[in-house]
Design a protein around this ligand. Structure first.
Ligand code: SF4
Length: 331
């Protein structure tokens, strides 16, 4: 096992499935989000950037094949000798959201095109649990017989008051219902969780991960298949950025700052963040693959916290600390 205790990392899982390194190619399905177009809300989640949390994705105007070729260029320099292939990752906005039969057919064509690309080994689709009607799940189930499909759900928190504050636009039962329907279809489910949401201390994040760890669906793999953990990052142009004080002076004693509306925003440094990650990972069944331990925002958009801008440095620290099983909350 690697640095994440009993858990496999995304790289380790890909290696065991495909025999080598798999690179994610960030793509766009050209969808919007029901939390932006008025279907269930407007303005989107307060942390979501104008790019719909897919700021590295290739432009949606291109065909899927063109997007794949464009995205391959981005990872070309990083390709290692044990390269196995690519995961087509539909990242931007809500990638299974459609408002008409024509839009559904367009999405199906895009996903089919991704699956049929010779270098694509697997497909991952980021979406909301309220955008997974039976017809879409049935289609993904069929596609999964050709190449494996992961579905990523942006839960972020189990706490309803926080969900309302961040304007997520759906309740926890919607998530659990989607989880069980996806698992019943044999699809792999990856859940996104954000650490340090406004009003959420470490105990609340632990409750979210404890809940996810307790989910059991019938079938050979009852758990969530993967998790993406990341620290809340305040990006330019978001509603959260408007709430950030002009001068960010963390309260070092209490590890928090106050947003303009008086809500507490917990502050983590690299040590406290890593220590919390370690505690969260201990809660998860070993079968859960860890896809992400930190965010990777475009530096031009990041307002806070500045230390998360350097993903490589952050990951090196986390790897080292988790390997050494450090657990100090030193400021
Ligand atoms: S559901 Fe996703 S795409 Fe929609 S506003 Fe929230 S984070 Fe952005």
């Amino acid at each position: 096992m690697g640095y994440i205790g009993d858990h496999r990392s995304f790289d380790e899982e890909m290696k065991s499935l495909f025999g080598g390194k798999v690179y994610r190619l960030a793509l766009s399905a050209g969808t919007t989000c029901p939390n932006r177009d008025g279907r269930c809300g407007t303005g989107g989640c307060i942390f979501c950037s104008a790019g719909g949390s897919g700021d590295f994705a290739a432009p949606a105007e291109l065909t899927v094949t063109e997007q794949i070729e464009r995205a391959k260029e981005r990872v070309k320099a990083k390709r290692s000798r044990n390269f196995a292939g690519y995961m087509a990752y539909f990242q931007s906005f809500t990638s299974t959201y459609y408002r008409s039969g024509a839009e559904l057919e367009r999405l199906k064509d895009m996903f089919r095109e991704a699956v049929s690309h010779p270098e694509v080994l697997a497909v991952s689709i980021a979406t909301r649990p309220d955008c997974l009607p039976g017809e879409m799940i049935g289609f993904l189930q069929e596609l999964d017989r050709v190449k494996p499909i992961w579905v990523e759900l942006g839960l972020q928190t189990i706490h309803e008051d926080t969900a309302v504050y961040i304007n997520r636009g759906y309740g926890l039962p919607v998530f659990t219902d989607a989880f069980f329907r996806l698992k019943a279809a044999g699809l792999r489910v990856v859940v996104h969780v954000i650490i340090g949401l406004p009003g959420e201390d470490a105990a609340r994040t632990l409750e979210t991960v404890r809940f996810l760890s307790s989910l059991r669906a019938p079938g050979p793999v009852p758990y969530i298949d993967g998790i993406k953990l990341q620290l809340l990052q305040v990006l330019k142009g978001t509603r959260l950025a408007e709430l950030l004080p002009a001068e960010v002076t963390p309260d070092l004693m209490n590890h928090q700052i106050f947003l303009k509306d008086g809500t507490v925003l917990p502050c983590y440094n690299i040590n406290t963040y890593t220590a919390l990650l370690e505690a969260l990972l201990e809660l998860l069944p070993p079968e859960v693959t860890v896809h992400r331990l930190t965010g990777d925002p475009p530096r031009r958009l990041l307002l806070y916290p500045a230390w998360t801008a350097d993903k490589k440095k952050t990951m090196n620290h986390i790897r080292k600390a988790l390997t050494a099983q450090e657990n100090d909350y030193v400021q």
